[in-house]
Design a protein around this ligand. Structure first.
Ligand SMILES: Cc1cc2nc3c(=O)[nH]c(=O)nc-3n(C[C@H](O)[C@H](O)[C@H](O)COP(=O)(O)OP(=O)(O)OC[C@H]3O[C@@H](n4cnc5c(N)ncnc54)[C@H](O)[C@@H]3O)c2cc1C
Length: 400
């Protein structure tokens, strides 16, 4: 009889194309993926394609309004300063988003390009350009004067340099999460709405208990529960995944005015004392403006998601300065989501220290969404091959 380790390794060896056939399911290990956001959904899809018998469990559904993957859009970019691991991952993710779009005949990635605007310090740009070149991702450093001519709808006051990333753009967030789970099901995965209970695993785990009194048995478990990871694993994760409140606003542009649409204006990032970014067009939801600075602690289950007058005023003050012709634009809507920050904003991909078949995947820290396809590929490979993650992603980096 093969050991669990042999079964997992055999499943990992199944070639990608063959593994797409649901018929392979019967031979593969049983893996439960808890959490169907960007991280869990893509992991489940890759696992199912690679021959595992996958069950996806989510408390509220893929890309739900409480999840960090909820909402309409997310930025995809390769610029990460000197954090080369993420430029590499983003390059792979860009390739995989494009491949999946072709396979599915659906568009989730809108390539608008991204304009980065810097005040005094642009060391982030210098390091990003180098790292992107190493991964074959193009970048440009136009003079501010050229940028001013190209995008007259932006006030470049206080900006001393810019960077343009042609392959960057935005992704449709909640819609792609739902689609990925649908595709995982088409590849043989089962899906159910249920909530996993917090627990303390010991050695190898065989079942996860659910809040409804039921349970799911498996050979391996992937917990991709975003901002809820600390609640599920109070000892191992606890405050190491800190949910913070993040407000996003959508302003209305003038009727028939294409200056603030994708195609005319790229995704933009104002890299000053605070990092403020936005998405033009934004799937017809309005001109998106958000502050990337981590906000106060937030409870992802019971937190009220209303924006405050102060937050709206801050967003307006920014618009007045950087996009003066939108100074009086009507507010079409606001959303409160939460980041799930790790202490160093690196992702967390590791086994539970007390149970080798329990994987913890999260800590997206405000930049995880774009990586879904690449992270799912990585995690599914680790789970099926009993592999060892990159030390930068492991729990041991936090010490005891
Ligand atoms: C406002 C905002 C803007 C962002 N902008 C960007 C961006 O521009 N680019 C980018 O790449 N990233 C961005 N991010 C970050 C990115 O969205 C997240 O890092 C990523 O979506 C996290 O995905 P996840 O799957 O780890 O978590 P989630 O999407 O939160 O998924 C976790 C899932 O687990 C489920 N769950 C939780 N507990 C249980 C349980 N006990 N049992 C069963 N299911 C459970 C939840 O229902 C949820 O569906 C942004 C995030 C926010 C909030």
């Amino acid at each position: 009889m093969p050991t669990r380790r042999t079964v997992l390794k055999l499943a990992a060896a199944v070639p990608f194309v063959l593994a797409r056939a649901p018929l392979m399911r019967a031979a593969g290990p049983r893996v439960v993926v808890i959490g169907a956001g960007a991280f869990g959904g893509w992991t489940a899809l890759w696992l199912a394609r690679r021959g595992a018998q996958v069950t996806i469990v989510d408390a509220w559904g893929p890309g739900n309004m409480r999840a960090s993957s909820g909402g309409e859009t997310r930025v995809i970019r390769g610029s990460y300063g000197d954090r080369a691991i993420y430029t590499r991952m983003a390059a792979r993710a860009l390739q995989l988003w494009a491949e999946h779009e072709r396979e599915w005949g659906r568009q989730f990635y809108v390539p608008t390009g991204a304009l980065w605007m810097f005040g005094q310090d642009d060391t982030f740009a210098t390091a990003s350009v180098k790292a992107m070149a190493a991964e074959g991702l193009p970048s440009e450093r136009p003079a501010v004067e050229d940028a001013r001519r190209r995008w007259p709808q932006i006030d470049f006051g206080g900006i001393s340099s810019v960077m343009f990333e042609p392959k960057a753009g935005y992704l449709l967030a909640r819609q792609s999460c739902a689609h990925v789970v649908d595709r995982a099901r088409a590849a043989g995965a089962a899906y159910r709405v249920a909530a996993a209970r917090p627990f303390e695993p010991t050695r190898s785990m065989s079942r996860v208990a659910l809040e409804d009194g039921g349970s799911v048995t498996a050979d391996a478990f992937v917990f991709a529960c975003g901002p809820w990871l600390g609640r599920l694993f109070p000892d191992v994760i606890g405050a190491r995944v800190r949910p913070t409140r993040q407000a996003t606003f959508y302003f209305g542009t003038p009727a028939g005015d294409t200056r603030f649409h994708e195609g005319t204006l790229p995704v933009w990032v104002d890299f000053g004392e605070r990092l403020i970014y936005g998405i033009p067009g934004n799937a017809q939801r309005g001109f998106k403006v958000a502050d990337d600075t981590p906000g106060p602690d937030f409870d992802p289950t019971s937190g009220e998601r209303e924006t405050t007058d102060g937050e709206v005023a801050d967003a307006r003050a920014f618009l007045r300065r950087r996009f003066p012709s939108l100074a009086g634009a009507p507010l079409l809507g606001g959303e409160v989501c939460q980041y799930e920050n790790s202490p160093d904003s690196h992702f967390i991909v590791d086994r539970h220290p007390a149970a080798s078949n329990v994987w913890i995947v999260g800590g997206g820290s405000g930049h995880g969404f774009k990586m879904g396809p690449a992270l799912g590929e990585l995690v599914s490979g680790l789970v099926l091959s009993d592999g060892t993650p990159d030390p930068q992603l492991r729990l041991s980096r936090f010490g005891k």
